[in-house]
Ligand binder design. Structure first.
Ligand code: PMP
Length: 429
């Protein structure tokens, strides 16, 4: 009798999705970096009112907050989300049918792909993209179809902005086929920080309507928008509510990424299928965290557009951090692309081409080699932009790297010290 298993154990759906570059870059940063601007999460705490709400939820008299709640969302949370986002979308939302709470935006995305994508369906993804879209589409049996944002030269004398990265309308139109089931939109976009404007969204909406395609709209950075730019919700455009799932989460909204409270908004005709996936997978998210997020939204609802709104304050603070990091990166010789939103910025590092050792015989993109070199030699960690491109396109824009600026002043000080020293070394003969 042979005890050792010799058969293939993994399911076929894992083929081609088992490699993940984050594992490598997270480990590299943990080993060598003194300052980590790679992974995207704040190193500052969530606001006091939110922390206090969680403490009250777990330590207060209501012991039921330690137990199961409604599977598709804790009643106080779905109620306030319906009220809050109903105002923004210009329609009345039914808390029980138009809102579903998920384990972060991540699980919301997973539910969407599992619920809507069939074997052979195509899903349009705009490059560069938040990397999990591709494996999630594939695991659902679908085929990702990529369309790039293409940078155009900035106006004379102006720094490049994320707004200079645009879709080519004809190219986008050419990606729609009979098999297209959905398009994934991420605005504000990770990694570029691009905030799609109304015209760009209208073009996407027209194509989705023309081809009867769903829109999975990942809006986790919806409150992190700078310079007075407006975040337009594609679900609010004519004809789009019926075909859009809007996704967001408390992670970026309240700087509490570890809580993993997210949500989806959409018509019941679509949401009912997300219910099916959610019910048969995670079933439920932590009750106390949902209770605290509900308290946070109630507070914000009273303060909409006011100076003491957390959403207003966070965006203002992050804009200052963005500008500070831009100055530090420029000093060292990088060329940042000014992001209109998110807490990321992408910088051109081609000035360092001759510093970074070649990797003969390897097709590793330059940005990936650059980041490894920078982490080991300068102690500063970032993420190569090629991580946000599909396999065949990894060398298309590989002169860029992504930095996260949702960091305490002390972290940004330490990054600045590294970059100023680097500047002096470059200046030395
Ligand atoms: N979408 C985008 C674009 C993201 O950047 C992230 C987190 N980095 C997520 C979704 C996942 O959000 P959550 O932490 O709420 O699961």
């Amino acid at each position: 009798l042979q005890a050792k298993m010799s058969r293939l154990v993994q399911a076929r759906r894992l083929e081609g999705v088992d490699q993940n570059i984050w594992v490598e870059f997270v480990k590299l940063a943990a080993t060598h970096a003194t300052v980590n601007l790679g992974q995207g999460f704040p190193d500052f705490p969530p606001p006091d009112f939110l922390r206090e709400a969680l403490v009250r939820a777990v330590g207060g008299g209501n012991h039921l907050l330690h137990q199961y709640t409604r599977a598709f969302g804790h009643p106080p949370l779905v109620k306030i989300l319906a009220e809050f986002f109903g105002k923004l979308l210009g329609r009345e939302l039914d808390p029980l049918n138009n809102v579903m709470v998920t384990v972060g935006a991540y699980q919301a995305l997973f539910c969407c792909f599992q619920a809507f994508v069939d074997e052979g369906d195509e899903v349009i993804i705009i490059e560069p993209f938040f990397d999990c879209y591709e494996p999630m589409v594939k695991m659902a049996g679908g085929t990702p179809v990529f369309v790039p944002l293409r940078p155009k030269a900035p106006g004379a004398g102006k720094p490049m902005s994320s707004a200079d990265w645009q879709l080519d309308p004809a190219e986008l139109a050419s990606k729609f086929s009979k098999r297209t089931k959905a398009l994934v939109l991420n605005s504000p976009n990770n990694p570029l920080g691009k905030v799609f404007d109304r015209g760009e969204l209208q073009l996407i909406a027209e194509l989705c309507i023309k081809h009867d395609v769903l829109c999975i709209s990942d809006e986790v950075y919806e409150w992190l928008v700078f310079d007075g730019k407006e975040h337009v919700r594609i679900a609010s455009l004519p004809g789009m509510w019926e075909r859009t799932i809007s996704i967001s989460s408390a992670g970026k909204t309240f700087s509490a990424t570890g809580w993993k409270v997210g949500w989806t908004l959409g018509p019941w005709r679509l949401l009912q299928h997300l219910h099916t996936v959610h019910q048969n997978s995670v079933y439920h998210c932590a009750t106390a965290a949902q209770e605290a997020v509900a308290v946070g939204f109630r507070r914000e609802l009273e303060r909409r557009e006011r100076a003491d709104s957390y959403f207003t304050q966070l965006a203002r603070e992050l804009q200052g951090k963005r500008d500070r990091l831009i100055r530090s990166l420029e000093a060292a010789g990088m060329t940042p692309i000014v992001p209109e939103g998110t807490f990321f910025l992408v910088a051109d590092v081609s000035a360092f081409a001759s510093d970074v050792p070649e990797a003969p015989g390897s097709d590793e993109p330059f940005d990936s080699r650059f980041v490894k070199w920078m982490v080991k030699n300068k102690g500063l960690a970032a993420i190569p932009l090629s991580a946000f491109y599909s396999g065949p396109h990894k060398n298309d824009y590989s002169r860029f790297v992504r930095f996260c600026f949702a960091k305490e002043e002390a972290t940004l000080d330490a990054a600045n010290d590294i970059l100023q020293k680097w500047k002096q070394e470059r200046a030395a003969p």
